[in-house]
Design a protein around this ligand. Sequence first.
Ligand code: ZN
Length: 88
Amino acid sequence: MDEHRLDGNAAGGILGEVFTFEMTTARAACAHCGATGPLGSSMAYVSEIGTVVRCAACDNALIRVVRQDEGPARYWLDLRGVEYLQLE
Ligand SMILES: [Zn+2]
């Protein structure tokens, strides 16, 4: 699979399609190691099937988002790697 490892800002586009607030500056707490920081400073793995935002400290998957374009467009969102999100 063609996957690109980028900084978390690379996930801003698809997250911006789902959330109405700016997600790259939202602070997330990792449910695995407790590290906190803006999503834009985590790691993003972007591929054709979706985007995974990973904790910069422990590589835990914070957010997985997949856009399904077949039929009615829909998003699949997995946030279980996030303990909480803090929004400005
Ligand atoms: Zn972590």
